[in-house]
Design a protein around this ligand. Structure first.
Ligand code: TXE
Length: 480
């Protein structure tokens, strides 16, 4: 039985109180290990280690810090297969997806920020003949990075890499549902030459280790990705201590299909934007609005491709849809499918659990599901389901599509399909979404600002935005 450890002060350590949580493979329903159920004592040890390591880490030239992060990227690449297998086993996602998306992106995160820190410059403000002001950006200190279960190593490293590059020391907590690859990262970070205490990884639940981390007075900034309710709770906890906050929360993203678009491309990409990672990506487009004149052709082509998606054992090369992350989450998604029926939706595809024969007989599989006939303001179209469930809705004109697209409390991402250049820009600028894709989806450039409007979050990650977040600006004014 696999037993994970915390990683504190450069050493793998069991939790102080000796308590553990089971680790479950959602594709088989079987327990395959245990993860520390850490408490405030473990968190405190980690914060102390990070605090002790901070002066030496921040004093290293950015180039030196970057070299180690780039080395860590190389080690992730070298261990790609082991990490991909662990990610698939822990999360239920197709192994092919972990190999091509999750793990390569984790390596890119370190490679990108390892070099980005060397390009990070600050401003000067010259008052001719009077004074010279220049800005210094100091690392904020010890920071917390808290990540969710859907893209485990990808999102974990997306926070840790810029924090370390900026000169901060980190106490990180991966989701208790999918901690395996974070554990494997512990060893790799040591091999990459990170000094002891620079990166600490504490495992445990949100209310346990997570809450202790957010409350700890030694933590100066918190970078969090997860549910909106959790984000609100963290903000309430952190505010009285004036901690910097970066919150990447939920989404209910619109996908607007205009009649003048390349319909084949729109259908093909909409399959991915609806169902990639079983729909468990905060950027998935779960509300598909289609201009009425192409509604029927879009629907027919879309449904044909949905029916052809293979749900099955994540280890099979032919599998496109793996398992849902947990039984609890599967039940939540099923409750939304029930709700969609109650709210008058017409089921066009899916809607049922899938029994995968063989070793996956006890796994949590669900058919990709499509509804139509639901009002834009019903709960199914307003609340984040975070699973393979999408709705189709026809619209008559641009204004209507925009009103519906912007009608939720969320504002993370949106996709627009059109060949009309003016419309693409016009619609993009009116969408209340932090990220807008035109004729593409999940096309990422790590230099761009990433994050949401409204209840989708606070602040932006990525590129210089992330380096600014993990640093504190100081103005120095010199009289001339
Ligand atoms: O997220 P949580 P969950 C959405 C999605 C999903 C819902 C709940 O709708 O159904 O959120 O998922 C830690 N102090 N997203 O329960 O609880 C927790 O341990 C400090 C959207 O997994 O927000 C984990 O490490 N930390 C999303 C992380 O927060 C706390 C991705 C996320 O857990 C804490 C995942 C606390 N009080 C879910 N409580 C996205 N936007 O990508 C929990 N945590």
């Amino acid at each position: 039985m696999l037993q994970l450890c915390n990683f504190i002060n450069g050493e793998l350590q069991p939790p102080a109180a000796g308590r553990y949580l089971p680790l479950l493979n959602p594709a088989t329903g079987q327990v395959f290990g245990q993860v520390p159920n850490s408490d405030a004592a473990d968190v405190d040890r980690a914060v102390q280690a990070a605090t002790a390591a901070f002066p030496a880490w921040r004093a290293l030239p950015a180039e030196e810090r970057g070299r180690r992060l780039v080395r860590l990227a190389e080690l992730i690449d070298q261990n790609l297969e082991t990490l991909a297998q662990a990610e698939s086993q822990d999360n239920g996602k197709p192994l092919s997806l972990a190999r091509t998306l999750d793990i390569p992106r984790a390596a890119s995160n370190f490679a990108f920020f390892g070099t980005a820190a060397q390009h990070f410059a600050t401003e000067t403000h010259l008052q001719e003949g009077v004074a010279l002001n220049y800005t210094v950006r100091h690392p904020v200190g010890v920071v917390a990075c808290i990540s969710p279960w859907n893209l485990p190593l990808y999102l974990f490293t997306w926070k840790i890499a810029p924090a370390l590059a900026a000169g901060c020391c980190v106490v990180a907590k991966p989701s208790e549902v999918t901690p395996y690859t974070a554990f494997l990262l512990s060893e790799l970070s040591r091999e990459a030459g990170l000094l002891a205490g620079v990166l600490n990884i504490v495992h445990g639940t949100g209310p346990g280790a997570g809450q202790a981390l957010v409350e700890h007075p030694g933590i100066r900034a918190i970078s969090f990705t997860g549910g909106t309710a959790t984000g609100a709770h963290i903000a309430r906890t952190a505010a009285p201590q004036f901690k910097k906050l970066s919150l990447e929360l939920g989404g209910k993203n619109p996908n607007l299909i205009f009649a003048d678009c390349d319909l084949d491309a729109a259908v093909q990409t909409s399959i991915r934007s609806s169902f990639a990672n079983q729909g468990q990506i905060c950027l998935c487009g779960s509300r598909i609005f289609v201009e009425r004149s192409v509604y029927e052709p879009f629907k027919a082509a879309f449904l044909a491709q949905v029916q052809a998606l293979t749900v099955g054992d994540p280890l099979e090369a032919s599998t496109q849809q793996g398992a849902i992350v947990s039984e609890a989450h599967l039940n939540k998604i099923l409750s939304y499918i029930d709700l969609a029926h109650q709210e008058g939706g017409r089921l066009l595809a899916g809607g049922q659990r899938v029994q995968v024969p063989g070793r996956c007989a006890e796994g949590y599989f669900l058919q990709p599901t499509v509804f139509e006939g639901l009002a834009p303001d019903c709960r199914v179209n307003q609340e984040e389901i975070f699973g393979p469930v999408v709705t189709l809705t026809p619209f008559d004109h641009e204004e209507e599509a925009l009103t519906w697209a912007n009608s939720t409390d969320y504002g993370l991402s949106a996709t627009v399909w059109t060949r009309d250049l003016a419309r693409a820009h016009r619609v993009a600028h009116q969408l209340q979404a932090g990220v807008v894709w035109v004729n593409t989806w999940l096309h990422r450039d790590l230099r761009t600002p990433f994050g949401g409007m409204k209840n989708s979050g606070l602040g932006r990650e990525g590129g210089l935005e992330a380096l600014r977040f993990f640093t504190e600006a100081q103005n120095v004014c010199v009289k001339l």
